[in-house]
Every structure is written in C-alpha cells, then in structure tokens.
Design a binder for this molecule. Structure first.
Ligand code: SF4
Ligand code: SF4
Length: 167
C-alpha cells in the first residue's frame, strides 16, 4: 500500500463508525428472519399437540389434561418445524436467542382463560352432539323392534311357522 493510500485509509477509519459494538452497552439488532426463541400465544393455541409431534428433538410438551404448553429451550435446534406446522399460527420465532444457562430449564405456559372457556364449550357441544346421536340411534332401534313385533302380530301363521322351525 502506498503512503497516500495508507493516509487515506487512516483518515477514513478516523471519521467512520467502528465495525464493532460496545457490548454489553450496545446490542446488535438481529436481522429479520433470525431464528431465536420459539414463542407461543396462549390466547390462540388450542393444545392440539401437532407441534409436539413435529418437533425432531422432543423439546415441546403439550399436556391437554393440565392445559399447559411447555418448551425446553436448550433442546430446541431452531428448525422452525413447530412454527410452520401449527394450524392456528400461534407459534412464532423471536429474533432474540435464548440466554445461556447452567441448567436445562423447561418453560411452562398455561392456556389462557379465554381458550379454556372455548375448549370447554367445544367439549360440551361435542358431548351433547354425541348424546343426541346415541339417543336418536336408540329411538330408531326401538321403533324398528316395535315395527317388527307389530308385523309378526298381523301374521300369526308366519310367527307360528317361525316358532315351528325353531322347534
Ligand atoms: S401446534 Fe399450535 S395450536 Fe397446536 S398445540 Fe402446538 S402451538 Fe398449540
Ligand atoms: S424450532 Fe424445531 S427444535 Fe425448536 S421447538 Fe420447534 S420443532 Fe422443536
């Protein structure tokens, strides 16, 4: 490098911003699309369990009985499979990485009250529908049995024939 170029570069460096940041006082903004934490909106999640099935590392646990969704952040490899497969789009990837730690923590989140009410209403409606279907089937079977009995009463010889065959 000639002296002129050297002086020019030195002056340029003197008046331009440094490439480094004064961490931890300054933190770098992660660019769009950075895969950091997985976050779940518990106002939208329906605890369907699909994210748990699709997670290749078993980092997610969906407990339908306890109505919780949990993630072990240090088991997550940021593959985004859970986010892409969530049918309700309740999962997203925050740009911030998980802070380092010495323990393999699990973060557990409760379903929101709104979602609990919605799931209760759905379960109630499904139970009522099943009960109505069962009652309709029983009524149809009873009507068929009564119709068959009435038919036999109108044809006593047929009934007698059937009885004879049985003997
Ligand atoms: S796939 Fe989505 S809606 Fe289903 S349990 Fe996971 S986060 Fe909730
Ligand atoms: S990003 Fe991948 S590894 Fe992490 S929780 Fe989702 S599916 Fe599992």
């Amino acid at each position: 490098m000639s002296t002129v170029n050297y002086v020019g570069q030195a002056l340029k460096n003197l008046f331009s911003k440094p490439a480094t940041l004064k961490y931890p006082f300054e933190k770098r903004e992660f660019p769009e699309g950075t895969r950091g934490h997985v976050e779940n909106d518990m106002d939208v999640c329906i605890l369907c369990g699909l994210c748990q099935m699709k997670c290749p590392t078993g980092a997610i646990t969906v407990d339908k009985k306890a109505r919780t969704w949990a993630i072990r952040p240090f088991s997550c490899i940021q593959c985004r499979s859970c986010v892409d497969n969530c049918p309700k789009k309740s999962l997203s990837m925050d740009k911030q990485y998980q802070e380092p730690g010495s323990e393999k923590i699990e973060k557990v989140f409760d379903l929101s009250d709104k979602q609990k009410e919605m799931l209760d209403a759905q379960a109630k409606a499904a139970a009522e529908k099943a009960a109505a279907a069962k009652a309709a089937m029983e009524a149809r079977k009873k009507a068929e049995a009564e119709a068959a009995a009435a038919g036999n009463a109108e044809k006593p010889e047929a009934a007698a024939g059937d009885a004879g065959k049985a003997e």
